[in-house]
Design a binder for this molecule. Structure first.
Ligand code: NCD
Ligand code: ZN
Length: 347
């Protein structure tokens, strides 16, 4: 008999569901695996008001499979025009669980992001007072800084001063990729945590260039050296509750990835938990998967842990070469290749 692993149903604390024609396919994958997900607000235009977030939430709920109990946890996109009043409204809404900070120009749909965080001080103070978490894309957008160093430099230039200025602010450093980020999170107070993606646990930067240029491994922050991957593996398998699951699953149509200027983003929602299971198994630490995937994020966000469970079976299957994405297709992570675990009888 194949080995199985039963866990409390997990949540995804960082996902891109997009909007419009591609929404249904993407939401269906995430809802099959996760009870809840923190939904990124980087639409065009970005989700900057409570009213926009509520309308987006309704569009997500409208495309859910009938039997699904999936709950989208909405976020706002921080701009320099964000008023403290909007933060208060968000906090009262019960539907909005965080605010996302994109340094302007740093990644996909971040043009409306923040140029100078000093211009956001009132909004940040309101978040600190009300306990609304700030989710950070932690990279500098400085062409003089090597792309592989942008996370480390962001931590030094911006993040250390930020947590000093707002010591009570709840902060999640999203999709961490470096030993520097692990160290920062470990030494920070308990109100500072991090999410980690499956791709940054499974691949190093060689994957980008295996036999040629591989656009489906391109995401931001970019994959790093093996030593950094190992630091991430150590962090997530340590059982430290500051590190929890956030896939950063970020779908793009195949034609925009396989392109002279391909978009950043890796799609993993079709097999997220299975891919994490591989990474934990590779480190001999499957017993640490449940805390990371199903407990620590809920605890950090002050939400109840899920009560349902899911079961993974150790049974190899082949990920599809492509998947529908509205009128287009997308190429998921591990396309056409084997995945060692399979999620059993999902909704
Ligand atoms: C994300 C996207 O496509 O929206 N891309 C990515 O490479 N991760 C944006 C982001 O999270 O940086
Ligand atoms: Zn993201």
């Amino acid at each position: 008999m194949n080995a199985t692993l039963t866990l409390t149903r997990p949540d995804d604390w960082h996902v891109h569901l997009r909007d419009g024609e591609g929404l249904r396919a993407v939401v269906t994958d995430t809802a099959r695996q996760f009870a809840r997900a923190i939904v990124m607000p980087n639409l065009t235009p970005p989700v900057t008001t409570v009213a926009q977030a509520e309308a987006y939430r309704d569009r997500i709920l409208a495309v859910l499979p009938a039997a699904s109990t999936f709950t989208p946890l909405m976020t706002l996109y921080l701009t320099e025009a964000m008023l403290p009043l909007e933060i208060e409204r968000a906090s009262r809404s019960g539907l909005i669980h965080a605010v996302k900070y994109y340094p302007a120009g740093v990644t996909t749909h971040s043009e409306a992001g923040v140029r100078d965080l000093a211009h956001c001080s009132e909004a940040l103070r309101a978040m600190e007072d009300l306990g609304v978490p700030l989710l950070i894309h932690g990279e500098v957008n400085d062409p003089a800084v090597d792309i592989f160093d942008r996370e480390r430099v962001f931590i030094e230039r911006h993040l250390i001063p930020l947590v000093q200025r707002y010591p009570q602010l709840k902060v999640v450093l999203e999709h961490i990729t470096t030993a520097s980020a692990v160290k920062f999170v470990l030494t920070a107070d308990d109100n500072v945590a991090a999410t980690v993606t499956p791709h940054h646990l499974l691949y190093n930067r060689n994957a980008l260039f295996q036999g040629g240029i591989r656009p489906h491994y391109y995401c931001l922050p970019i994959l790093k050296r093996e030593a950094h991957r190992q630091a991430l593996i150590r962090a997530v398998t340590s059982g430290n509750p500051k590190f929890f699951l956030g896939t950063d699953s970020a779908p793009h149509a195949r034609s925009t990835k396989e392109n002279a200027c391909g978009c950043a983003g890796i799609y993993s929602a079709h097999a997220a938990l299975e891919l994490y299971a591989e990474a934990f198994e590779g480190a001999g630490a499957l017993g640490k998967l449940e805390g990371f995937a199903s407990h620590f994020g809920a605890d950090f966000y002050g939400l109840p842990r899920n009560t349902q469970s899911v079961t993974l079976v150790r049974e190899s299957w082949t990920a599809p070469a492509t998947q529908p994405f509205g009128p287009e297709t997308l190429v998921p992570l591990r396309a056409g290749e084997a995945i060692a675990w399979r999620l059993q009888a999902p909704i």
